[in-house]
Write a protein of this length. Structure first.
Lengths: 288, 167
């Protein structure tokens, strides 16, 4: 068999293959947007981590050199910073639209504490925490513990009514207010008709009792009718927690068969507010 | 990335998705996996669009990402992958289905890197140097992989040659 003969065989073998190009390109673009967003968040996290390191050398004495009073104050601060698990009755970002972010008192910065080192929560630990917070009958799949980056979790979540994308991240950031949540203005547009019974596009900014600031949004649809809950919480201790829960899967096979993402916005807000999402020395480092 | 950039990206991606898919399909031998590879490739291209477009290296970048994604995937799947002589072809339009099945089954018996080299050389007509650049290996390594891959492929296809060369 000559080289030309082989090339001809290959050509004949694939000439009639006709994949769904518009679908592939649409999915790729959507995935690309998410990858870009994630990279930006990582870049922000890294910048904040570097800034935190710098601030640590300038402003903070080494922990062992602190006076007992200082340590006690820090302990109190940490306790204050933790959000209360049971909270608020009425606020549900699904219906309350506030294109203008609510004003956040600068006083909240007074007890902001910068993480000493840029650590990340290990993915297996994130998964364990998440499983405890999800309903008992729920299942998770497509968990890639090998390639997932510390501090981020991307899985398929199924509450018994179909799998959906669930993305969660917890990383050190916002220590200087760089990433204070805001609502997009103008609100995101729908690129396809919203499924019948879908939640409307919305966004609300909430200030939680512990000092955290949170944006709770329902996003616009993409070309396939996919949209999600988008929760972004910035905590006083510098930790940022984000959760996105879709109405279908997009990471591998796009499959949108639900009008709404599973659960309620309030339920996912409670997941985001859980103090189990935090950064801690000894966990995986962001840099290096 | 502004609206114009996005439009350019879409035009490029739409034009290149089919050849990339064919390349991916011959390398991995699976319709859905090939779609995933192309999707991953084009998503990476979306993220890097402004950078690679400035260098006018979109095609090279896309092929490099595709080949790397394929090889990475093989590394992860190697422990549970079993070469098969026949496999279920799920492609809908069929013109040369027998030929495709025979070729892809033979390709799947080659080591992943040899498979990538042979496909890049004989489907896309890349030079040895070009394949070396795409795969991040030396030209000598490509020559070696190509020689071994071709020899193995010819041996595997030996019994099917008569059938394969029918017009």
């Amino acid at each position: 068999m000559t080289d030309d003969g082989l090339a001809g065989l290959f050509e004949r073998a694939v000439q009639d293959l006709d994949p769904g190009v518009p679908e592939i390109v649409g999915r790729a673009e959507r995935l690309g947007r998410r990858m870009r967003t994630r990279r930006r968040m990582w870049a922000l996290g890294s910048c904040l981590a570097l800034a935190a390191l710098g601030a640590g050398t300038l402003a903070a004495a080494p922990p062992l050199a602190r006076s007992p009073d200082t340590r006690a104050t820090a302990g109190t601060t940490r306790a204050q910073a933790r959000p209360k698990p049971a909270r608020r009755g009425k606020q549900s970002g699904a219906t309350s639209v506030s294109p203008q972010p609510t004003w956040v008192s600068p006083k909240s910065a007074a007890f902001r504490r910068v993480p000493a080192m840029p650590y990340q929560m290990p993915v297996p630990q994130m998964l364990r925490v998440l499983r405890k917070l999800l309903p008992a009958h729920a299942t998770v799949s497509s968990v890639d513990l090998r390639s997932a980056q510390a501090g981020t979790l991307e899985i398929d979540y199924n509450d018994g009514h179909g799998a959906v994308d669930l993305q969660l991240s917890a990383f050190p950031g916002t220590a200087y207010g760089w990433a204070t949540p805001t609502c997009p203005d103008p609100p995101p547009a729908n690129k396809a008709r919203r499924p019948r019974g879908a939640l409307p596009v919305s966004c609300a900014i909430r200030k939680l009792p512990g000092g955290s600031v949170e944006s709770d949004a329902v996003g616009g649809t993409d070309l396939f009718g996919f949209y999600d809950y988008e929760i972004y919480e910035s905590r006083p201790d510098g930790t940022t927690v984000t959760i996105q829960v879709g109405n279908g899967t997009i990471r591998s096979r796009p499959h949108v068969d639900r009008a709404r993402p599973p659960g309620s916005m309030a339920g996912w807000e409670a997941v985001a507010d859980n103090p189990a999402w935090h950064v801690e020395p000894g966990w995986q480092q962001v840099l290096g | 990335m502004n609206d114009r950039d996005e439009m350019e990206y879409r035009e490029f991606a739409s034009a290149r998705a089919r050849p990339l898919f064919r390349l991916a399909f011959l390398m991995c031998g699976d319709w859905h996996e090939a779609e995933d590879l192309v999707q991953t490739t084009l998503a990476s291209l979306f993220v890097a669009w402004n950078r690679v477009r400035r260098r006018n290296s979109m095609d090279t970048y896309a092929r490099r990402v595709l080949v790397n994604a394929f090889l990475s995937q093989r590394r992860l799947k190697r422990s549970r992958e079993t070469p098969v002589a026949q496999f279920a072809d799920v492609t809908a339009p069929v013109v040369d289905a027998d030929l495709r099945m025979t070729l892809v089954a033979a390709l799947r018996r080659l080591p992943a890197r040899s498979r990538a080299v042979v496909v890049l050389r004989y489907v896309e007509d890349h030079s040895i140097d070009s394949v070396a650049e795409l795969m991040g290996v030396t030209p000598a390594a490509v020559k070696s992989l190509n020689t071994r891959g071709l020899a193995q492929l010819r041996e595997l296809l030996n019994g099917d040659q008569q059938h394969l060369f029918q017009p």
